[in-house]
Design a protein around this ligand. Structure first.
Ligand SMILES: [Fe+2]
Length: 244
């Protein structure tokens, strides 16, 4: 058999057991999990904050200095892109919420991610989102931030779109795409978390997230989003963050 003849043979992998062996799975190890933190605001504070957000939306809806529409359905209030001097968290009535989201962030970073951010963090940006029926948020990440969060101010689980997270992929990884016989967290490319009113979700800022227009079947999906950085980054190249 010459080398030239061998090169013309199709590459075939074929194997059949004459006596099929029993397969015994001893274990499955789940590695590199992604952890989304979930926290609940007290009922009393939740109600006050909801009223405050509705008041802000009514006051600034048509004020282009404080609100911006990213498409026909989604409006952001106090969005960092507006370059206004005041932060949403400086607005009277946000004091308790500000302290609470900082405490939740510290707990998530230190106890869920297992990193040490010390005992203080800086909320670097914070804004309100209002999405109407049929509206969506395109997949995006939050740059220059360690963790990000969304608090659900006005949310009806049966009517409003859940928050969808897209599974991170390793660039350049070769793979074969097979037909699926069921959907599991191993083969799903995205997963949705259905929050409820008064819930805060926290995640690492590099995670791509979005919400769909198909499942947003009511007006006034209102949420507050924010970014978080540790106050002090340790080590010889570390630095202290001061919000100006
Ligand atoms: Fe976001």
């Amino acid at each position: 058999m010459t080398a030239e003849w061998l090169s013309r043979i199709p590459f075939i992998i074929s194997h059949q057991d004459s006596v099929p062996q029993r397969v015994e799975r001893s274990d499955v190890f789940e590695i590199f999990p992604i952890k989304i933190g979930s926290y609940i605001f007290t009922h009393e504070h939740k109600t006050c904050l909801k009223q405050l957000c509705f008041d802000i939306i009514d006051k600034y809806r048509n004020n282009s200095e404080y609100s911006i529409q990213s498409n026909g359905y989604l409006t952001h209030y106090f969005d960092p892109i507006l370059n206004i001097n005041s932060s949403l968290l400086d607005y009277p009535g946000f004091e308790t919420f500000h302290t609470w989201i900082k405490r939740c962030s510290i707990d998530y970073i230190n106890n869920t991610l297992g990193c040490d951010c010390g005992d203080d963090v800086v909320i670097t940006q914070c804004w309100i989102n209002e999405c109407s029926k049929g509206g969506s948020q395109t997949p995006h990440t939050h740059k220059n931030s360690l963790i990000s969060g969304t608090y659900f101010v006005n949310f009806i689980p049966e009517m409003h779109a859940p928050l969808t997270f897209i599974k991170p992929t390793m660039a350049g990884t070769p793979y074969l795409e097979l037909e699926r016989n069921n959907t599991t967290c191993s083969n799903d490319s995205e997963t949705s978390v259905k929050p409820y009113e008064g819930a805060l979700l926290l995640w690492e800022s590099h995670l791509v997230h979005a919400h769909s227009s198909l499942s947003n079947n009511a007006d006034k999906r209102i949420s507050i989003s924010f970014n978080v950085m540790p106050k002090t980054l340790p080590g010889i190249y570390g630095f202290k963050l001061i919000k100006i």
